[in-house]
Ligand binder design. Structure first.
Ligand code: ADP
Length: 451
């Protein structure tokens, strides 16, 4: 402000002196001199005012550009400045506006990329963690949190606060030290449960200062479990098949020797051979049934009359039922119809009714009922047999599992695959199977399937 006053005063002093010299040369009266000073002052101040006005307008345009730039740098939306065609900065402002436009588009693209990257990370079925040289985590996706059994932490966060498994942090350190990618299958204790993870570490760096390690974690637990189940199944199946085969070959060899000449021994041994051959054939049939159920091939659903299907299966077990004097009460209504796969429902009935006869007591009963609501139908097979001890009830669906009673006392022959097949069928249809049993009272097996 003082600068401005001083500027105006110096202008006025020049006018005063100049008009003084001019009026003494032209011999002006005091009145004429004063008039001249007035006119000259007015004209000069007018010109200065216009020049100032012009300058401040240009300054405003520069100031506006500066403000927009500061806001853009601070993360605001990049915006342009109004360009007046008569402004000396017209071209500069237009260039500035184009640059702001470009920055805005670049910002939008970057924002989109970040959103895509975040949702990709969040939906990845593998855990992803990125750690820098200072052992600070800057990427940690949802799957990694779930696999390590923790809440997803806010990043950046120190590695030590999140990765508590010794073998995992050792693998990370090893990757930093060796500067080489590593791969390992780790057994980790996660919230009290043992898990098997395949962990790959990727060493990546621009220069030495910025070395980073990306960790990819893949849950192998269920894959290894399936592999184990398959190899267990193979081992069990081979063992189960070998037992009757060994017996058959052994007895045939004996029969081929002197023992075969005795009629009683021959008949006894041939009986055993026939029994073992029957067992072998049941095993092969059950293994084939299990593999057919697992194939999940699409098949045609038809209208099934459950009452008639129960009666049909009963005919198949009639010989054993008659020997044991076991009776059937088929309480499924005649008109109880469902749509389903005939082979699967037959297989369920065959195994449940078969077991109800096999594990029943002499003179026992079997009661079959069925119900449905608008979403499911349920089949119940109840018997008055030997029952299943509580500690065995969870194991009876395992392949080749036979209850202690059935094995040791040889109550009934079987392969240990019947309930495993039923369970497989029920799972295939997203159904449910339940067992209620009491030793020496009886067992009820209930199968619920969606309609
Ligand atoms: P299997 O009958 O060939 O032994 P399953 O898989 O059908 O094989 O049954 C597994 C085991 O469950 C049987 O060995 C038996 O101990 C028990 N079990 C199944 N059904 C019954 C039942 N209704 N009553 C008593 N025990 C049963």
């Amino acid at each position: 402000m003082t600068k401005k006053v001083f500027k105006y005063l110096s202008f006025w002093l020049v006018i005063f002196l100049f008009s003084g010299v001019l009026s003494s040369l032209l011999r002006f009266t005091l009145k004429q001199w004063l008039l001249m000073i007035g006119v000259m002052s007015l004209a000069t101040f007018g010109v200065v005012w216009v020049a100032n006005f012009w300058e401040s307008r240009q300054k405003q345009e520069l100031k506006a550009m500066e403000n927009r730039m500061v806001s853009t740098v601070a993360g605001g939306v990049p915006r342009g400045v109004l360009a007046e065609p008569d402004s000396p900065y017209y071209d500069l402002i237009r260039q500035f506006n184009e640059m702001q436009n470009f920055v805005q588009q670049a910002q939008q693209t970057a924002q989109r990329d970040v959103t895509n990257y975040r949702s990709l990370l969040a939906s990845l079925p593998v855990g992803v963690i990125n750690i820098n040289r200072a052992h600070t985590i800057d990427v940690f996706n949802e799957t990694a949190a779930a696999l390590l059994g923790i809440q997803r932490p806010e990043t950046p966060i120190s590695e030590g606060l999140v990765i508590r498994q010794f073998t995992l942090s050792e693998l990370i350190t090893q990757t930093f030290n060796s500067q080489k990618n590593q791969q390992s299958i780790l057994n980790l204790q996660i919230n009290g449960e043992m898990k098997q993870y395949e962990v790959s570490t990727l060493y990546h760096q621009g220069d030495l200062k910025h070395a980073e390690v990306m960790i990819i974690i893949y849950d192998l637990t269920s894959v290894l479990q399936v592999e184990r189940m398959q190899s267990d199944f193979l081992a069990n199946a081979s063992h189960e098949l070998k037992t009757p085969l060994t017996a058959i070959t052994g007895f045939i060899e004996t029969l081929q020797g002197q023992a075969g000449e005795d009629r009683t021994t021959r008949e006894m041994f041939l009986d055993i051979v026939a029994q073992e051959a029957k067992r072998l054939s049941s095993l092969v049939n059950d293994i084939l049934s299990l593999s057919r159920v697992q194939q999940k091939r699409e098949a045609v659903h038809t209208e099934l009359a459950i009452h008639d299907m129960v009666t049909e299966q009963w005919q198949h077990v009639m010989p054993l039922a008659t020997t044991k004097s076991v009776t059937l009460r088929n309480d499924v209504a005649d008109d109880f119809m469902i749509r389903g796969l005939k082979t699967d429902v037959d297989m369920i009935l065959q195994n449940l009714i078969g077991n109800a006869v096999k594990y029943n007591v002499f003179g026992g009963d079997i009661h079959v009922t069925a119900y449905k609501d608008h979403q499911h139908w349920q089949l119940n097979v109840k018997d008055t047999g030997i029952g299943i001890p509580t500690n065995q009830q969870t194991r009876i669906f395992e392949r080749f599992y036979r209850g202690d009673e059935s094995r040791q006392r040889k109550i009934a022959s079987g392969t240990g695959l019947g309930l495993a097949i039923v369970n497989e069928i029920v799972n295939k249809h997203n159904g449910e199977i339940k067992v209620q049993s009491q030793v020496a009272v009886g067992t009820t097996v209930s199968v619920t399937l969606p309609l």
